[in-house]
Design a protein around this ligand. Structure first.
Ligand SMILES: O=C[C@H](O)COP(=O)(O)O
Length: 245
């Protein structure tokens, strides 16, 4: 299966920058065999969906509310993301968990809402440096998987060690392999046979220089890229390091 390279722009991108990035990505994406998706900020979603229409690059939202509509000031529903041209959504990113006190149960409700709207989901899990230092990384990730994924989960999981995000640090290849193997076991425990086909991405300081090694790890089905996805040549270099078949 082709690997998935996902670019999370986070809270970055004004109109001009988004347009320039989309133009460069469109130019460079032809002939790439991996699956590509970018997650612009909500303010750029409609524009980016338009700029990338007809290209091999899909577009997604960075979060959604669990309700379809209503009195939730500042929030955006899964249906609204679809209405803007999104086909994907990231849920449970550690920055949402930390900045907005999102807990597993809420994330699960959001996943259900997103799936109900036909969006493909990327659900993020990962331990903090303190949790890893005290040997609790699998325990933490295990509970996150159990609490955040609905019984009919049909999306993608992203393992993002919180301490690796934006830090330039990455786990060793053996550590990535061990955690991905653990996540696979947990998914099979939770979903039986269906758990075998859930793609598991790695995220956290993926750059052109380390992408090939990280993407070659067994059970790594692609990458969730933050900072490097804001630079077209870097994001495309990571995509070129992906497995296509
Ligand atoms: O969603 C993306 C991740 O948080 C990784 O971000 P990063 O590549 O800047 O470390």
């Amino acid at each position: 299966m082709a690997q998935l390279i996902a670019g999370n722009w986070k809270m970055n991108g004004r109109t001009r920058q988004a347009a320039e990035l989309c133009a460069a990505l469109r130019d460079g994406a032809g002939g790439l065999g991996c699956e590509l998706v970018v997650f612009p900020p909500a303010t750029q979603l409609t524009a980016v969906a338009g700029l990338l229409a007809g290209s091999p690059i899909a577009v997604g939202g960075q979060d959604c509310h669990a309700d379809p509509d209503g009195a939730h000031t500042g929030d955006i529903s899964a249906g609204m993301l679809r209405d803007c041209g999104a086909t994907w959504v990231i849920l449970g990113h550690s920055e949402r968990r930390a900045d907005h006190a999102e807990v597993d149960d809420l994330i699960r409700q959001k996943v259900e809402a997103a799936q109900g709207e036909g969006l493909r989901t990327i659900v993020c899990v990962g331990e903090t440096d303190e949790q890893r230092a005290t040997g609790r990384e699998t325990e933490v990730v295990g509970w996150q998987l159990l609490g955040s994924l609905p019984r009919d989960f049909a999306g993608v999981v992203a393992y993002e060690p919180v301490w690796a995000i934006g830090s330039g640090k990455t786990p060793g290849i053996d550590e990535v392999a061990a955690m991905h193997a653990f996540i696979r076991e947990e998914l099979v425990r939770q979903f039986a046979e269906a758990g075998r086909s859930v793609p598991i991405l790695y995220g956290g300081s993926v750059k052109p220089g380390n992408a090939a090694d990280l993407l070659a790890v067994p059970e790594v089905a692609g990458a969730l890229v933050g900072g490097a996805s804001l630079v077209a040549v870097d994001f495309l270099a990571i995509a070129r390091a992906a497995r296509y078949g």
